[in-house]
Design a protein around this ligand. Structure first.
Ligand code: COA
Length: 288
């Protein structure tokens, strides 16, 4: 079947790249970034990767975007790497050309997403297979349709979970569970994905967007500098020992205090200790 999504211009916001394989919509601080190849179940091609790289680059410095939601148009979050436009199409290339294609995919799926300066939420709205686990895991948070279907299907068609899928799953799933799905290729649903640590929550399909928006709004209410620093600090300390982590976190906390234009720490202390106008355990300090 012809992929009509490739031909029809997708809805996207003026001034932002994309429009062919990815649709971007900005709504009150939230950038909805949608894989937009529904006829191909949002399988990820090299062209899609190139668009994603441009979009993430643009959103990074776009003040209209405070939080990114990554999701898919239609019945799929993503059916993984495109077997035709990624695997077969790169089979005949020279190694140098193949590495170029791989680089585009690696860039957005994990190098960019993992350390992106704005918070990211994956909203898993349907099929989620193979390579799709990488951007899913590299988003900070994830909410799934409880009936979404997940699977490490690589074994079913004769490859190993490569790209960086095996590494990505090892950061959120236990070894027994990860190997079970790597080796069997069995499917599981959104509710099971919560149990496995792949997503934070699973909700009925008709509440998916509402719950994701609510979570995004919560994040938009935080001091963005402190939020960025907190996410980065957490991700970096995972690779450090305790002594290194303590040193690094002390320095990161001082840096946060220094660079925060909002001077959140001082406000928080003042509003709790002096003005007694809020309780940090129960909510945010008042931001102007
Ligand atoms: N790569 C390339 N094309 C894909 C694709 C993929 N990963 N996933 C789906 N498509 C294409 C199909 O080839 C089909 O194209 P066509 O209309 O030109 O024939 C179209 O998308 C619809 O797919 P179809 O299988 O008919 O949809 P479905 O809703 O019945 O099933 C899936 C959906 C996701 C279960 C099924 O498409 C599938 O198993 N896809 C592969 C998933 C996978 O193993 N991904 C891992 C890659 S590492």
């Amino acid at each position: 079947m012809e992929n009509v999504a490739q031909d029809a211009p997708a809805p996207h916001t003026a001034g932002l790249p994309g429009g062919k394989n990815v649709a971007v919509e900005l709504d009150d601080g939230i950038a909805w970034v949608r894989l937009n190849r529904p006829e191909k179940r949002n399988a990820m091609s090299v062209g899609l990767a190139e668009e994603m790289n441009q979009i993430f680059d643009a959103l990074e410095i776009d003040d209209r975007c405070g939080v990114i939601v990554l999701t898919g148009v239609g019945t799929a979050f993503s059916a993984g790497m495109d077997l035709k436009d990624f695997f077969r199409a790169t089979d005949g290339l020279s190694d140098v050309e193949r590495q170029r294609a791989y680089r585009s995919t690696r860039a957005w799926q994990w190098r960019t997403l993992m350390n992106y300066p704005k918070p990211t939420i994956a909203m898993v709205n349907g099929w989620c297979f193979g390579g799709a686990f990488t951007p899913l895991i590299c988003c900070d948070l994830a909410i799934a349709d409880q009936d979404a279907v997940f699977g490490l299907s690589e074994i079913n068609w004769g490859i190993i979970p490569a790209g960086v899928v095996s590494k990505a799953i090892s950061t959120v799933m236990g070894d027994r569970q990860a190997l079970y799905y790597v080796m069997t290729g069995e499917q599981f649903n959104g509710t099971k994905a919560v149990e496995l640590g792949l997503v934070n929550e699973a909700v009925p399909a008709d509440r998916l967007e509402q719950r994701t928006t609510q979570l995004a709004r919560n994040l938009l209410g935080k001091n963005p500098t402190v939020l960025r620093q907190a996410r980065a600090a957490y991700k970096y300390v995972r690779e450090m020992n305790w002594e290194q982590a303590a040193e690094y976190l002390t320095a990161k906390a001082d840096q946060t205090h220094f660079i925060d234009p909002e001077k959140g720490r001082a406000k928080g202390l003042q509003q709790f200790l002096d003005e007694k106008s809020f309780r940090p355990g129960l909510g945010n300090y008042a931001r102007e």
